[in-house]
Design a protein around this ligand. Sequence first.
Ligand SMILES: Nc1ncnc2c1ncn2[C@@H]1O[C@H](COP(=O)(O)OP(=O)(O)OP(=O)(O)O)[C@@H](O)[C@H]1O
Ligand code: SF4
Ligand SMILES: [Mg+2]
Length: 395
Amino acid sequence: MDRFNHEKITFWFYQAQMVLLNSFSIAFSNVTSMSENETLLSVEDLKAYFVSKKGYVKAVDGISFDIKKGECLGVLGESGCGKSSLALAIIGLFDRVAKYAAGSSKDPRLRKKYEMGLDDEGDRPGVRGSVIFKGMDLTTLDDEKLVEIRGKQISMIPQGLTHALNPQYSVGYQTGEPIEIHDEDVRLIELKKRVLEYLNLVRIADSGFRFVLDPSSFSGGEAQRILIAMSLISGPYLVIADEPTSALDVTIQRQIINVLRMVRDEFKVSLMLISHDAGVIAELADRVAVMYAGKLMEVGDAVQMFHHPGHPYTMGLMSSFPTIAMMRMKAGGKKPRLRGIPGDPPDLTELPSGCPFHPRCSFAVERCKIEVPENREVEPRHWIRCHRYEEIKEE
Ligand SMILES: Nc1ncnc2c1ncn2[C@@H]1O[C@H](COP(=O)(O)OP(=O)(O)OP(=O)(O)O)[C@@H](O)[C@H]1O
Ligand code: SF4
Ligand SMILES: [Mg+2]
């Protein structure tokens, strides 16, 4: 039931309640209890496969990285490379989505395939590998334990604004829902206070009047900021934001970036920022992970990745974006060249042999067509999947 909308609390009444209560301290006690430089999330050889008529869709295929406390990791890659699947696998929802997709298929073979164990090649649908969060491997936890963590310690701002907010419930109710889920005994007055605190934090104008309204009364940019408020309200350690600025115009994108910057800088919340837009990643990320065909091609420090990309795919991505090319021009006094990447990303059920990027790579040699490159740490915390990294660096 929408406890907010039914009561129709007016702004003056709310203000009176505020005076009666002690001032509220934002619930980020979780975060401050961790020491600086501590690894918060460590993902090891993570795989997440869907089933399809053509075979497994290897949406996440052997991914490893870590995120430290207060760090923002930008995950960058073209559409369909597996960014959202990676997020779902981390928060323990991939299996449910993949199973539902297979189960709702008209083809009984797909349903059967989902239930089967490892096949001859050692593959199977669903999630494998480990996701260590504060010492716990999330892939081994049961649903009950995962529900305790999801929304409270790790929260996700999902991709696609249109489906994220429920049109039947008030914005105030939905913003406070993560607290109600994890604390059934929370007092209504305390809940409302916290909801307004967070709606103000993400700069929703007149939130004291408007929190009883349904999502149709808010603009796209406001809806995105409401989702950010919702993701923060339980004081998480990690927020995963999946394409938080797509489908918004440039001015509104700027507002969202500013709110996320405040989240990172003031609350020291770790961020995993997913985007296909290198300009958005450049604004916020401390480190960047470049994803292609379900794999990470390069992970490294953001400044290094934008100014001296090491992997041919990262080079192509960076040269495709005017903002990045302009930054490089400013830094090096060079004229920007916007080249883009030839060809299209591969079908994830039929990956090219060897390096999955070889059909599009101008540096490819015979070896690239045969051997899958290893993920190598070429400098401390700089990982690359390319046979020719050292040679290309010298060129
Ligand atoms: N339910 C599903 N069943 C089978 N394949 C799926 C399913 N959902 C997604 N896929 C496929 O998995 C791959 C990865 O999809 P995903 O949504 O993770 O990519 P993405 O990088 O987030 O893309 P975008 O930038 O467009 O959001 C795509 O090839 C997609 O077609
Ligand atoms: S391994 Fe070969 S094809 Fe792949 S990125 Fe490196 S040079 Fe290009
Ligand atoms: Mg996506």
